[in-house]
Design a protein around this ligand. Structure first.
Ligand code: COA
Ligand code: ZN
Length: 310
């Protein structure tokens, strides 16, 4: 039987947070449904952050309770402080994610906390979630490189991850937030975290800034990782991390995994419609690296249909 790989769709959060055109709650629900129709069963749906800092996420409290209740679909939400955690609980969130950046400057820019303050705050949130029966996901963000401080040593990632696990994190997601990792660095980091905590506890999050997204995912896969974040159409980027362009596109990741014999449960052809929905909602041209191939397939099919009609 094919080995399962979890695709955690982050387009609704990481994907949309940087988009200048506000997407309505209805629009987000439509996109979520299109992804569910394609077989996606895991989502990071929103973030409970300050609405002025990230206007696109201002509807988190209204959106979360309205997400489709399809069986087997799991939703998480990002929280970065107690206030966010409490809003998330009021909205019915059962899985919270925190994002601990690996450097002093990145935490300052993102959440106005020092690295020490952020570590203490997020450890507190992980412990609280664990105590309250909520799934606790810890992202170590800018884990390979920080836009302000450069390359991050693997030891820094290990120390921060260790603190999150000791505080109660069920899952550790290692995030190359600005898409700056080389395959060699990716191998070093994932080999180290998998050795320390086991592959079942690890998830990977990549951006495709330098066209390395799929390669990095393949490297992490070879290290045993079986859970990946990705974003429909390659939407994405962090407003506080200059250089963070789109996330690894869900359609590219799913194509690579399905084509290699893994079971993602996602139908890559059906993702085409979800990309269309995301394009309409954001007013942007989107699409991963397989878009050109999709278009050529469609042209062929159209030519065949025209011939048949003659
Ligand atoms: N949701 C809504 N309001 C919040 C909030 C939250 N999660 N956290 C704080 N606030 C409010 C406080 O209630 C306070 O309001 P008041 O002045 O009316 O009393 C005000 O914001 C300031 O609170 P403070 O604790 O000093 O927060 P801050 O201004 O230092 O902001 C963050 C901290 C983390 C909330 C804010 O920087 C933020 O949301 N940043 C977004 C980061 C992000 O999403 N990055 C991308 C993903 S990693
Ligand atoms: Zn990201």
């Amino acid at each position: 039987m094919a080995e399962k790989v979890v695709i955690n769709e982050v387009g609704l959060r990481d994907g949309l947070q940087i988009q200048p055109k506000l997407v309505t709650t209805e629009g987000k629900l439509e996109l979520c449904q299109a992804l569910i129709d394609s077989g996606v069963r895991s989502f990071e749906a929103t973030s409970f952050v300050h609405p002025k800092a990230v206007p696109q996420m201002a509807d988190a409290d209204a959106l979360f309770p309205r997400l489709p209740k399809t069986g087997g679909v799991a939703y998480s939400a990002l929280v970065l402080n107690d206030k966010g955690y409490e809003r998330a609980m009021a909205a019915g969130v059962k899985s919270v994610a925190i994002a601990l950046a690996s450097t002093e400057t990145m935490n300052q820019k993102n959440i106005r906390m020092s690295l020490d303050q952020a570590t203490t705050t997020f450890a507190g949130l992980m412990t609280r979630a664990k105590r309250e029966g909520i799934e606790a996901r810890a992202y170590i963000s800018t884990a390979m490189a920080c836009p302000y401080e450069g390359k991050v040593p693997v030891k820094v990632v290990m120390d921060l991850a260790d603190k999150m696990v000791k505080a109660g994190a069920d899952k550790l997601a290692i995030a190359d937030t600005i898409g700056a990792s080389s395959p060699a660095q990716c191998e070093e980091v994932f080999r180290a975290v998998v050795k320390e905590w086991g592959a079942a506890r690890i998830a990977a999050h990549f951006h495709d800034t330098r066209a390395m997204g799929l390669t990095l995912a393949w490297v992490a896969l070879q290290e045993g990782v079986r859970e990946f974040d990705s974003s429909i159409g390659g939407l994405g980027g962090c407003p506080f991390a200059p250089g963070a362009s789109g996330n690894l596109a869900t359609e590219d990741l799913v194509f690579m995994l399905n084509d290699s014999g893994f079971d993602t449960g996602v139908d890559v052809a059906k993702l085409r419609r979800a990309v269309g929905v995301a394009e309409r909602l954001t007013g942007q041209r989107l699409g991963g690296r397989i878009t050109a191939w999709w278009l050529s397939q469609e042209r062929k099919a159209a030519a065949k249909a025209a011939q048949a009609a003659e």
